[in-house]
Ligand binder design. Structure first.
Ligand SMILES: O=C(O)COP(=O)(O)O
Ligand SMILES: [Mg+2]
Length: 226
């Protein structure tokens, strides 16, 4: 077994199956990981916080693709990005007759503080045009379109957490599945894309697993487990 590195892990597509259900086999792995675990996701903060809480692990979280960074150990919360600009894009998108696509209660956007998501069944072209006009970008995670400030991402989020934890980003193993993981892959020492990953994530990873989804995650961490 190799020495265990700190771990950055994505949620959707990496700890889950294709329908976004977390695979219970990842729970003991995360719970027993001997080094810091950073959960880095495009989802709003309550989701990774709840995951850490129910796992019983320390909360070190990158949410909203880097817009939100929280480190329990130092009681540090950072909000980055341009939420106002993303809300203005949503408004203009609705004025064109489109919907965000998550219903009235909209659990996907309800707790967002720095960016916005649109359902994949909504038209992409007008969203990209409006985002560009606002100085934002659209990321396709395979689960949603994220209208995001290009100056924040999971890579800068990991760097912010590392500054708090006083560990080097290059000491991390990062595991993910999509283009919103690419910058974290760039700063981590070892980057692994699961087999279901998109082409961007695969190209920026050091290796790609044979197995898909959570089986891929289990394969990625296997060399570091007893
Ligand atoms: O919710 C999404 O769109 C992506 O989430 P993830 O970064 O955890 O894969
Ligand atoms: Mg993902």
């Amino acid at each position: 077994m190799s020495e265990t590195p700190p771990l950055l892990v994505d949620i959707d597509g990496t700890l889950t199956d294709a329908s976004r259900a977390v695979d219970p086999r990842v729970f003991p792995v995360l719970r027993e990981w001997p080094e810091p675990v950073v959960v880095a996701t495009g989802k709003a903060m309550p989701y990774p916080i709840a995951l850490c809480e129910f796992l019983g692990i320390e909360r070190a979280v990158v949410a909203e693709n880097g817009g939100v960074v929280f480190v329990e150990a130092t009681d540090e919360l950072q909000l980055r990005g341009d939420h106002e600009a993303s809300l203005a894009v949503a408004e203009a998108y609705r004025e064109l007759g489109h919907e965000l696509g998550f219903g009235t209660v909209d659990l996907a956007n309800r707790w967002r503080e720095t960016e916005l998501v649109v359902s994949l069944d909504q038209p992409l072209e007008p969203l990209e045009r409006l985002a560009e006009e606002a100085g934002l970008v659209v990321l396709d995670t395979g689960f949603a379109y994220h209208v995001t400030d290009p100056s924040v991402d999971k890579g800068t989020g990991l760097e912010a957490i590392c500054a708090e934890l006083e560990v080097a980003p290059s000491s991390f193993l990062a595991v993910g599945d999509s283009e919103n993981d690419a910058e974290a892959f760039d700063v981590a020492g070892e980057a692994v894309a699961v087999a279901n990953a998109d082409e961007t994530a695969k190209a920026r990873a050091d290796r790609v697993t044979e197995a898909r989804y959570a089986d891929g995650f289990l394969e990625a961490v296997a060399p570091y487990r007893p």
